[in-house]
Ligand binder design. Structure first.
Ligand code: SAH
Length: 263
């Protein structure tokens, strides 16, 4: 009998999984199952080790964030590695902090993988902004204080202008929106300055660091004191800045009551 050589190309699949803000109990069941099924996991910064520990013992774990190695792995390289693993027939999970599609470049990863013909599934996670505010017992929207919420980045792509804070401030004021600012701590002085063109200095603000983790801490302040309050308290990344009237209770109960009075 003549044997024909069959070359079969097994294509694996790739799932972008939201790991949530840090607390492993905030994982979705769907995310947990995907992590347990994965044969290779590419793990981002800000994904807690308890969550990585849910992976199968035989799974290969590749840390691609700053905390895993020395410097953060370039995005194109991560995408190349993921593509190689998929082509080798692996069940690839890309584990990202929070929700994969709220900042963190999940959208770009999906575009590149799909362009290479790879089937991609995305599993939501609880985004840090939501968890941070909820952990203080504050609703992001409230019929009396806010009609809606804006998730916005405080860190512009190098070479680009970034958000139009002045336009945002005017809209947030007139439309009564809560602003949830990601990656804003290092640029807080600039953000504060621009937002003050359209929002009063007394606007309540909270800054929440390490939301949902045992190391979580927060400050309450006002827009007029934002950068000073961050410096005084030594707040650092990862942190969420929340601007808006829903934060009034947190701002008043702040550890720095003189900050509220001064504004
Ligand atoms: N995809 C993520 C966001 C990635 S951008 C999500 O949906 O949450 C990274 C930024 O998210 C950080 O700079 C910080 O602003 C915020 N962040 C992530 N985890 C956080 C946490 N546990 N507490 C506070 N902020 C956090």
């Amino acid at each position: 009998m003549k044997h024909e050589k069959v070359t079969s190309v097994t294509h694996g699949k790739c799932t972008l999984v939201g790991a949530g803000p840090g607390d492993p109990e905030l994982l979705t069941i769907k995310a947990l199952k995907a992590i347990q099924r994965a044969t290779v996991l590419f793990v981002d910064d800000l994904v807690s080790s308890e969550i990585v520990a849910f992976a199968a013992p035989a799974a290969r774990i590749v840390y691609v964030g700053k905390r895993g190695g020395c410097k953060s792995t370039p995005q194109e390289f991560i995408e190349k590695l993921m593509l190689m693993a998929v082509r080798e027939g692996e069940n690839v999970v890309r584990l990202k902090g929070g929700d994969p599609f709220i900042f963190g470049r999940g959208g770009e990863e999906v575009e590149h993988l799909q362009a290479a013909g790879v089937e991609v599934e995305v599993i939501n996670g609880i985004t840090a902004g939501l968890a941070a505010v909820t952990s203080l017992g504050v609703p992001l929207t409230h019929r009396q204080h806010a009609h809606g919420v804006v998730f916005i980045t405080g860190h512009a792509k190098p070479g680009s202008l970034g958000p139009d804070w002045q336009a945002l401030a005017a809209t947030a004021h007139s439309a009564r929106l809560t602003l949830v600012i990601y990656m804003g701590v290092s640029g807080a002085g600039h953000i504060q300055h621009e937002l003050l063109t359209g929002l009063p200095a007394r606007t309540p603000v909270a800054v929440i660091q390490n939301a949902s983790l045992p190391t979580q801490r927060h400050i309450g302040t006002t827009l007029g004191r934002l950068a000073d309050a961050i410096n005084e308290a030594g707040m650092a990344s990862p942190a969420i800045i929340v601007v808006g009237d829903v934060m009034a209770g947190v701002a008043l109960a702040a550890a720095h009551p003189e900050a509220v009075r001064a504004a």
